[in-house]
Design a protein around this ligand. Structure first.
Ligand code: PLP
Length: 400
């Protein structure tokens, strides 16, 4: 009998760098080792009570589909939320999605044909390459270096990468995995290049308010790029509810939103209960995100107080989100991560981090880098960093 085949598209996908050590974690836990998980962007902080209350107060006898563009009251809550930043949007400019993940997918489908190109800055959130591969989009990376603070220095760096097939530029601000909060000048470079070359800007602002210096800087505040700009937004991180699976795509480009709406109709709707349950927190977003940001800043400082004293470790002090990239004095960070899970523990504890290689589109980068996510409380994080420090020392004694 012929073997049934799966698609080339699926075969091209990498395993998630964040999820690929689950089996080793399970085995370590079975041996009674506590694994501090600093690998995944799903924080320990409780989902706000407004959202939990919103879910439990749903009393309808039927969970109907929502309108494909989103429930009116939910969209109105986003409009009000954006108004708080001096950004004025109409309801037809916001479309509800199943998280930013679906927003990326819909956007790539709406702006590109197979074989078209989208410029990205690497390292970048690892699901972009996966979604691009599914859509037949070729990602063209511009490498930003840890040693240079991940700075985009000039227009030329982007212009060099533009071809006849380029459709857009992705900018994640603040960024996962680097924790970089993009500066106004850098964003102005992107805006200028996009406007001049007729390209879309796909601004992923999943972590918008989580910045440790200055004010949140949405690209929706920039002038003269209304037709170019697509903003992707999410409930997941700033409102601590990734499982609610909700985001929005925002754009003032009418042709684009009409296209996105057609795609949205084909998948019927984003979650109904989630849209209703997030209305209240969107209305009270500022005090909530302020407190959250202060907590992540505390965690960033704990991690960096330890890293700063570790010999051979190169870091960049993040200015936003809750991640950071670290260069280790090792040849292969995956081997170090496996060592931590299989061969090392300190007081029956170990640490799981993410290897960076799969956050790069170009091959051969990031093999000596890891990403840490500050997703544990201060007490646990302090302990986890002590274990991490001792683990690296032990690994270096074995594999100097
Ligand atoms: C930059 C970035 N974009 C999008 C997502 C996915 O967000 P969502 O849960 O809204 O699909 C993540 C999740 O980690 C992310 O870091």
């Amino acid at each position: 009998m012929n073997k049934l085949k799966i698609s080339i598209r699926v075969n091209k996908l990498n395993q998630s760098p964040i999820r690929k050590f689950f089996a080793l974690v399970e085995r370590a836990e079975k041996r009674g080792i506590k694994v501090f998980k600093l690998n995944i962007g799903d924080s320990d902080i409780e989902t706000p009570k407004e959202i939990l209350k919103g879910i439990s107060s749903f009393k309808n006898k039927n969970i109907h589909y929502a309108p494909s563009s989103g429930i009116k009251e939910h969209i109105e809550a986003w409009i009000k939320y954006y108004r708080g930043f001096g950004i004025y949007l109409g309801a037809e400019e916001i479309i509800s999605t199943v998280g930013v993940s679906e927003g990326i997918l819909m956007t790539f489908l709406a702006i590109s044909n197979p074989g078209d190109e989208v410029i990205v800055f690497e390292p970048l959130y690892a699901n972009y390459p996966a979604i691009a591969a599914m859509c037949g989009v070729k990602l063209v990376p511009i490498r930003l270096k840890l040693e240079n603070g991940f700075v985009l220095s000039s227009e030329k760096e982007i212009i060099r990468k533009i071809t006849k097939k380029t459709r857009g530029i992705v900018v994640i601000n603040p960024d996962n995995p680097t924790g970089k909060a993009w500066g106004k000048k850098e964003l102005e470079i992107i805006a200028k290049v996009a406007r001049k070359n007729n390209l879309y800007i796909i601004a992923d602002e999943t972590y918008r308010e989580i910045i440790f210096r200055g004010k949140p800087l949405s690209m929706l505040l920039f002038k003269n790029i209304d037709d170019n700009l697509i903003v992707l937004d999410s409930i997941s991180k700033r409102f601590l509810a990734p499982g609610i699976r909700l985001g929005v795509v925002v754009s003032k480009n009418k042709e684009f939103t009409a296209g996105i709406l057609k795609i949205a109709m084909s998948r019927l709707s984003a979650p109904t209960i989630g849209q209703l349950a997030t209305i209240q927190i969107l209305k009270k977003s500022r005090p909530f995100t302020k407190k959250l940001t202060a907590e992540f800043k505390k965690r960033r400082d704990i991690v960096n107080n330890v890293l700063r004293k570790m010999k051979g470790v190169v870091t960049y002090l993040p200015n936003g989100a809750f991640y950071q990239v670290i260069k280790l004095p090792v040849k292969d960070s995956e081997s170090f991560i496996k060592f931590m899970l299989e061969d090392f523990s300190y007081q029956r504890k170990t640490v799981l981090v993410s290897p960076m290689e799969d956050f790069y589109v170009s091959h051969g980068h990031g093999r000596d880098e890891i990403r840490i996510a500050y997703v544990l409380n201060v007490k646990e994080l302090n302990m986890a960093m002590e274990v991490f420090k001792r683990g690296l020392q032990a690994y270096l004694c074995l594999k100097p």
